[in-house]
Design a protein around this ligand. Structure first.
Ligand code: ADP
Ligand code: MG
Length: 408
């Protein structure tokens, strides 16, 4: 495959061309007559051909790289290709395979032929199949629901796109059309392995705590399967709440700014400045600042550039997406992935205050945000209990949160 058409809600945007491991992208002349700023920094809407060489984005423009999944979805993709006898699919083959089963509002033509009916998901089967895939166990074919809806979303953890009925009773594959009276959700699967299964309730508790801390978060819920095992579901923000079949253009900070999210080189100041520039909305800057405080004080240390996103509406206005991937996590860096004024740990209240001042956040607003975040965090044991987080993990998190707050 050499060429691929990139579309925005069925309107042609431009073309990707692959040659000798390099990709070339050009916007269509018609798109340029009435362009939208889909990727205003990394790929501005201008005539001419841009060249994309090997680097962090599989040699794709960030705009398109965001349509590809990360570890779990990539494993699904590769396995699906292997089942068709293709060992090493190219980035264009993968984008074409996804076609319109992508997150956000971009799609790719020609599309693969994997499309088809939405079907009921058996969460037990799907989680089992996901576990086998992650453990590199071969043999059984992938669960059809994973093939249909598991290759799309990014991130490490096993997950699937789903259409869920309003009462939560019915769960269908949801990478394409969402049936009437159902909503678009993303489900992180509980694969019941020792390392990850307790993260399900932990993440649910973290979202409730984040909401109490004033962060803008999507609706979340725990969905039990027939065996009573709970899975974590989060309502999708790249689909309209009013009509889940309306797509919302979404880009990660990594793609917008051309950042390799695996390199811990970013500073919150850059993220805050980009937020200010892109959204031109002080409330979004305050919200991003609040998320930074939450991530530091609640030890959400997986705060890399793919865990922040922005959404664009049809009048080309960008806003901060709701927060996602909020969890007690650690890394080898001894602090947060994204730095605060060059530091990953032992950040003082004064240092946060200085950053607030730099971003035009008033002293009073800063103090209110700080107090609201701290107050919610101090109630951690209640959120943990309500979501069913195990007592050992609850204690570890509680000790960490309290020591973070005391250190300020
Ligand atoms: N509620 C949501 N709506 C739309 N996209 C989402 C939502 N939550 C996560 N995503 C997208 O899916 C990706 C993976 O989700 P994330 O929670 O980060 O999973 P992981 O824990 O595997 O990293 C994110 O990088 C983001 O692009
Ligand atoms: Mg993530």
């Amino acid at each position: 495959m050499k060429r691929l058409r990139v579309c925005f809600k069925n309107r042609p945007v431009g073309e990707l061309l692959a040659q000798d491991g390099i990709h070339y992208f050009s916007y269509d002349a018609d798109w340029l007559k009435a362009p939208l700023p889909l990727s205003p920094y990394e790929l501005p809407a201008e005539a001419g051909v841009t060249e994309h060489r090997k680097g962090c984005f599989l040699a794709l423009p960030g705009l398109c790289y965001d349509s590809l999944p990360d570890r779990f979805g990539m494993a699904v993709l590769r396995r699906s290709f292997q089942e068709q006898g293709v060992q090493n699919p190219t980035p264009l083959q993968m984008l074409s395979y996804l076609g319109d089963r992508t997150m956000g509002a971009l799609s790719y033509e020609p599309a693969g032929d994997e499309a088809g009916q939405t079907e009921r998901i058996d969460l037990i089967q799907v989680a089992r199949s996901a576990r086998q895939l992650m453990a590199h166990e071969h043999g059984e074919a992938l669960d059809p629901a994973i093939v249909k809806a598991g290759a799309t979303a990014g991130g490490m953890m096993p997950k699937i796109l789903a259409a869920i009925s309003k009462d939560g009773g019915e769960v269908m594959t949801g990478a394409q059309a969402v049936p009437d009276k159902m909503e678009a959700w993303l489900i992180k699967l509980n694969t019941n392995d020792k390392q990850h299964s307790q993260l399900i309730q932990l993440e649910h508790a973290y979202f409730r705590m984040a909401g109490a801390a004033g962060l803008r978060v999507p609706a979340t819920r725990l969905i039990p399967d027939r065996n009573g095992v709970e899975h974590f579901a989060i309502r999708r923000f790249d689909r309209s709440e009013a009509d889940p079949n309306l797509r919302i253009h979404t880009q990660t900070y990594a793609s917008l700014a051309g950042i390799d999210y695996r390199e811990p080189t970013e500073d919150y100041e850059d993220l805050l400045r980009l937020t200010k520039h892109l959204t031109r909305n002080h409330q979004d800057v305050c919200e991003q600042f609040r998320r930074m405080l939450f991530n530091v004080l609640a030890c959400n240390r997986d705060d890399h550039a793919k865990n922040f996103s922005f959404c664009m509406d049809d009048s080309a206005e960008w806003t901060l997406s709701p927060a996602y991937d909020l969890l007690f996590t650690d890394n080898d860096l001894g602090g947060n992935w994204m730095m605060v004024q060059g530091k990953r740990s032992a950040i003082s209240q004064d240092e946060f205050a200085r950053l607030a001042e730099l971003m035009g956040i008033s002293r009073t607003a800063f103090e209110t945000i700080m107090d609201e975040v701290k107050e919610a965090l101090l109630q951690w044991p209640d959120f943990a209990r309500q979501s069913g987080t195990g007592s050992g993990l609850t204690k570890v998190v509680n000790t960490s949160i309290r020591s973070m707050i005391e250190q300020l």
